[in-house]
Design a protein around this ligand. Structure first.
Ligand SMILES: Nc1ncnc2c1ncn2[C@@H]1O[C@H](COP(=O)(O)OP(=O)(O)OP(=O)(O)O)[C@@H](O)[C@H]1O
Ligand SMILES: [Mg+2]
Length: 424
């Protein structure tokens, strides 16, 4: 494993990394604001597996440069060693978390512990809520050496209050638009699994239906809720999932031919997402219309972003207000929830009425009413994003902060001219 340490001269982390058998390079700090562009540019060239950044070595840390590094080097794990004096809530930590960096560690944790754990958004969130110390991130098993974690993976759960408002349509199109980064779609609507229909005819013979996975999981000893063996089964399952388009894999729900719904074990959606995050930069979860489902709760708890889809009609908006209340109860921060207004028909509230009074959330997109377009899309199993790429790419970029790599952009870490007079 190649690791780059941004730290002070003589940092003990250097010895720790060597003891773990890593090839190490120390980029000795302090690095002031003007040196940081050069710093991230060199790390980009070095292309390490892990960057270990001692936060205090960056004097006035430039978070925008870290964001750019993140976008360009999604495979690199970015660990930030934050000083003990950081108390929640902390604006630096919030900025890092908003970039999907959850590897925030106190100086007391050993490098070995850190590299063997996989913190999720929830681990940092609990610290921010003051319910847990920062070093409580549970270990989720060792990092498999030949299974590189996608460090910058993001997960999006698409939910709604009322059924039939366009969740599945939204997921399918975002998947198409996310293909350049590698995307996995998880159909967690186990009651009406329709996501595969957006891509293929019902009789196309989906190779991997959820039933097979459930059967494989049942074959275990069943003593433990989620054994290492179960997790490995789920990981293999996700890796072998059908590629429905270039860059898009699909994890379908149960077979539609079954008379009785299978029992889905608690933790399945969480395990699927954890596995998906190892193979794809973006994971999109299609959820059931009912907030009472276990899969719905798991989806909103594990997601980095939640997209609430509503139509403008009275009933749909009212149900959405209810859903928002449920998310509050689950302590999902409002700044992780986006609103999508999907127009079907002309009636209902205006966009301003919805966003200003009923559902005060950042508006991600307004999908115009176009029955003919959507009818064709479902009939031919070709999501409209295949033709309207720009519109849907724009949505994904706005939501995730990712932008397609532009190889002709020679130096993304160029020193930006600062207008000092404006900064006072
Ligand atoms: N912007 C739109 N304009 C017109 N029709 C649309 C639009 N978006 C979706 N539709 C249509 O609405 C119907 C329902 O969409 P979809 O299946 O995506 O909703 P859903 O929220 O996933 O439903 P469910 O709750 O049943 O899972 C589909 O027939 C689709 O073609
Ligand atoms: Mg649906």
């Amino acid at each position: 494993m190649r690791i780059v340490i941004i730290g002070p001269a003589g940092t003990p982390r250097l010895r720790e990394a060597e003891a773990l058998g890593c090839s190490v390079q120390l980029l000795e700090g302090p690095h002031d604001v003007d040196a940081q562009a050069l710093l991230w540019m060199s790390i980009n060239r070095l292309a390490p597996d892990v960057v270990w950044c001692v936060w205090d070595t960056l004097r006035s840390p430039d978070v925008e440069l870290i964001r750019q590094f993140r976008v360009i080097r999604g495979q690199t794990r970015l660990v930030v060693e934050v000083p003990d004096r950081f108390e929640p809530p902390n604006t630096d930590v919030s900025a890092l978390v908003s970039l999907g960096i959850y590897d925030l560690v106190p100086p007391t944790r050993t490098m070995q512990e850190v590299l063997h754990s996989h913190p999720q958004y929830g681990d940092v969130a609990r610290w921010h809520l003051g319910t847990e110390p920062l070093d409580a991130s549970p270990s989720r098993g060792p990092v498999a050496p030949r299974d590189p974690e996608i460090a910058a993976a993001q997960t999006i759960a698409v939910i709604s209050g009322k059924g039939g408002v366009g969740k599945t349509s939204f997921v399918a199109n975002c998947l198409v638009a996310s293909a350049p980064w590698g995307a996995v779609g998880i159909d967690a609507d186990y009651i009406k699994p329709t996501l595969p229909l957006a891509f293929q005819a019902p009789d196309a013979g989906i190779g991997h239906e959820l039933d097979q996975l459930l059967a494989a999981l049942e074959g275990g000893t069943g003593d433990e809720a989620w054994s290492a063996r179960d997790e490995q089964i789920v990981r293999d399952w996700v890796r072998q999932a059908d590629m429905v388009r270039d860059g898009v894999r699909l994890i379908p729900g149960p077979s539609r031919a079954r008379d009785v719904l299978p029992t889905v074990p608690p933790g399945l959606v969480t395990a699927l997402v954890a596995a998906s995050q190892r193979t794809a930069r973006l994971t999109l979860i299609d959820t059931p219309g009912s907030t009472m489902e276990q899969s719905w709760v798991e989806a909103v708890q594990i997601a980095d972003w939640i997209v609430l889809v509503t139509t403008p009609d009275y009933a749909a908006v009212l149900e959405s207000v209810d859903v928002l209340r449920k998310l509050d109860l689950l302590q999902i921060p409002r700044n992780r929830i986006w609103l999508v207004i999907s127009h079907r028909g002309k009636s209902g509230y205006s966009t301003a009425e919805i966003t200003q009074t009923q559902l005060p959330l950042p508006l991600l997109a307004v999908i115009p009413d176009n029955p003919a377009l959507w009818h064709q899309a479902w009939r031919l199993h070709r999501p409209p994003a295949l033709q309207h790429r720009k519109f849907w790419m724009g949505i994904v970029e706005k939501m995730t902060g990712l932008a397609p790599d532009r190889p002709n952009h020679a130096n993304p870490f160029r020193v930006r001219r600062r207008v000092r007079s404006q900064l006072g």
